[in-house]
Every structure is written in structure tokens, then in C-alpha cells.
Design a protein around this ligand. Sequence first.
Ligand code: G1P
Length: 279
Amino acid sequence: MPKDRTKISKCLFPAAGYGTRFLPATKAIPKEMLPVLTKPLLQYGVEEAISAGIDTMAIVTGRGKRAIEDHFDISYELEHQIKGTSKEHYLTEIRAVITRCTFSYTRQIEMKGLGHAILCGETLIGDEPFAVILADDLCDNNIDSVLTQMVKLYEKYRCSIIAVEEIPPEDSNKYGIIAGNMEEDGVIRVANMVEKPDPKNAPSNLAIIGRYILTPDIFDILRETKPGKGGEIQITDALLTQAKEGRVIAYKFQGKRFDCGSVDGFVEATNYFYNKSKG
Ligand code: G1P
């Protein structure tokens, strides 16, 4: 049967950044491998993608990130040691992930921004719509995951979808900020978007968080996108090209999101998941 090119079957994880805000922890360990309770951030992201019906994970790594590949692989020595013991259940979740998904990797050689990282992933994605998860935005929702909600919306709108949430206006310089027109409750057709504007120039208080569904023409647009904020190639700038053609939907998702790229957000997420685990 030919492949359905309209279905979201791949998720891209940009994971090449240095994680400087978590030094010295991230000196030899990728920031995506930092655990909230006992699970690395990236595994939360992969499990969210699985919950949205995705089974192909495409990871853009960089130097010093080999622990990521080892994590999503079998450790025969460990399996041998633990088999048949009372500790075997600790491996249940990661075994399920490994059995269910395929993982592919490519390296971003130079750090030229999120847009550039996504463009590096083209070789793993090809010519089909795909999801992007930034693992340091950790999301949780009791019913549909944030990405599941977005995949459902994609099936209706068939264009790029970005997750947004309201932020305090003074934080606009930490996020991509959007503006547009309401399509339906919680759904906005984006007309403008700006990467990390000063609060006085922000077009709204709706910030992009690290969940995207992108149509594959984004790669051609990214190839033409000039460095923007911070001298980096920004996905926000590339999406603005699509937005001007009415092809970007912003979605106020249901659920919680923690900025695990900051120490405060990381501690908040840890407390939240700890309390949740205690029921
Ligand atoms: C990136 C994007 C930004 C977005 C944010 C969400 O920024 O460039 O538009 O709002 O992710 O986490 P970063 O946090 O990588 O600087």
C-alpha cells in the first residue's frame, strides 16, 4: 500500500543545543537527558509523540550527545543483570518505547539556530508533514496530549500548526509571539509572528511553545530564510512566510507546560510530576 503522505508519522526533536543554563550538569550529559524524577526529558517527548500516533523519531543531535542514542537502544549487559529480578519493571517504559519506534539521527554541525536545526532534519523527514517537539518544553495533560490535540487540528486545517499560551507581557522577549484572527474557540489563524520581541513591540501576549506541526514546504522556506534574532536562522521567521499566505494556525492547547530549559521550570515540573506520582 502506498504511504499516506498526509498523515503525521514522524516527529523531529532538535537536540543539539549546549544547555548552558544547566552547567555544570550539562558538561558531559546532554540537557535532553536530564531527568524529571527518573525519566529523561527527551523520553517524555518521545512518549508524547507516541501518544499522538507517531512511531518514527528523528533526532537532530550534535557533539557530545551520544548518550541519547544509547538511551533509545538495548543495553544487553543491563538487560542480562536485571532480567528476572524485582528491578525489571524499571525498564518497562523504555523497553516499550524502543520496541514500538524507530529512531534516526543526524548531526547539526554548527549551531545556527532552531530553524537551521529543523532544516538539518530534512534528510530524516523527507517530503511529508511532520511534528516537532522541543523536549525542554515539558507538557502534560490528562486526556489528549498536546501533540495529540494538534494532530487532530491538523486533520481539519491541513496547514502548519503551532501551540501557543498566554504569557505575562514582560516575558515576550523569551518567545516567538503571534497575532491573528480567531477561527474558533482557542484556534487563531496567524497573521503576524515575531521572534522574541521587546514587550513594547510584542503583537500580543500569545507565546509559541515547543510543539509544532509543519508542512514540508517549510524546508524550502528555511533554505531562503536569512539569520534573524540573535544572528540565528529562526523557525518563527520561516513560519511568517507561511502565515502571510494564511497557512499557519495557532492553538491554545489544553494542559500544562513547564519550561525545563530554566531551573525554575525544571523544579516546578519535578514537583508536579512527583505529586502526580504520589496520586
Ligand atoms: C524557541 C523558539 C521560540 C519559542 C520557544 C519555545 O526558542 O525560537 O519562538 O517560543 O522555542 O520554547 P528557544 O527557547 O529555543 O530560545
